[in-house]
Design a protein around this ligand. Structure first.
Ligand SMILES: [Zn+2]
Length: 55
């Protein structure tokens, strides 16, 4: 578990983030930081909507 403080400081999740924003945030987050995984619920939605290329 490694927190990329620099990335987090410049990449805040918008307060009323839409699904697309959340997906985008988490995909970028996964590339830059590993403090927490993409929530299972979100992953499921991503697979459904074919957002996730690694699914
Ligand atoms: Zn993080």
């Amino acid at each position: 578990m490694k927190l990329n403080k620099t990335w987090h400081a410049s990449n805040k999740m918008p307060e009323n983030a839409s699904f697309e924003q959340r997906v985008g945030w988490h995909l970028e987050h996964a590339k830059n930081c590993s403090c927490r995984p993409i929530p299972k619920k979100l992953l499921k939605e991503m697979k459904k909507k074919k957002f996730c290329k690694n699914a």
